[in-house]
Write a protein that binds this ligand. Structure first.
Ligand code: HEC
Length: 223
């Protein structure tokens, strides 16, 4: 009498085998560090960059811009080093995107000074006549809402204390409101007087754009 004539035993054994298979192929890799590549160079977003990222999502920038450089010669020549898995360790959700109405932004950090972004976000057409990117000048007229910044960074597990978050916000406010801020003139051109001493939504969005791909550039530089 083979096992095939004992349906109950057969079913139990089959279930055990499938369970072992599932554990080995799904649950073990889930907790294996090698499937979650980390790099000491890739740092989580600061509270202000995270707020900027949320604005990027709110405005749907990802409907026109991808954030992934594919390992193709033409892309690497145009945008720079192709995207690596560990770069996205802190991206929840991912903003890889699928439409390229505009250029890829995964390497845009450090490509232009902040002043360029103030001008461009305010009026893309003033820089590229035929650009179909909508103007976002009003972002500079909105004060950045930071009341949930700490909650966001702790939910995402960045490991900042409430104090760290306050410090990051104060530090960025210090940077953009400093008399010696190199992009002061362009910032003042788009920011109403009463908000010049505050962080606006545009400031946060630019902080986020400047972070894109910067850690990777550091990683490449040390190779
Ligand atoms: C309707 C599509 C569209 C939307 C929505 C859009 N963009 Fe663009 N974007 C473009 C196009 C087209 C270009 C290229 C021409 C130009 O620079 O204006 C561009 C260029 C850019 C550049 C310059 C990239 C480079 O490497 O030169 C940045 C930065 C940028 N967009 C950021 C944003 C952000 C931030 C948002 C959301 C607030 C956004 N875009 C929304 C279409 C779009």
């Amino acid at each position: 009498m083979g096992i095939t004539s004992k349906p109950v035993v057969f079913a139990v054994l089959a279930a055990v085998v499938i369970l072992i298979g599932t554990t080995v192929t799904v649950f073990i890799p889930l907790f294996m560090p090698s499937t979650q590549p980390v790099s000491a160079y890739i740092k989580p977003y600061t509270a202000v960059e995270q707020e900027g990222r949320d604005i990027y999502m709110r405005e749907g920038c990802n409907n026109c811009h991808t954030q992934t450089v594919r390992p193709l010669r033409t892309e690497v020549l145009r945008y720079g080093e192709y995207s690596k898995p560990e770069e996205f360790a802190y991206d929840r959700p991912f903003l890889w995107g699928s439409r390229r109405t505009g250029p890829d932004l995964n390497r845009v950090g450090g490509k232009y000074p902040d002043s360029w972004h103030y001008k461009h976000l305010d009026s893309p057409q003033s820089m590229f006549e035929k650009s179909n990117m909508p103007p976002y000048g009003w972002l500079a007229k909105n004060r950045l809402d930071t009341q949930y910044s700490f909650k966001k960074t702790s939910t995402l597990g960045y490991g900042y204390s409430e104090n760290d978050v306050q410090q990051q916000i104060a530090q960025y406010r210090g940077t953009v409101t400093d008399e010696r801020y190199p992009s002061k003139e362009s910032r003042n051109n788009v920011t109403p007087t009463e908000l010049r001493k505050e962080i606006t939504e545009m400031d946060a969005l630019i902080a986020y754009l400047q972070k894109l791909g910067r850690d990777v550039k550091k990683m490449e530089a040390t190779k």
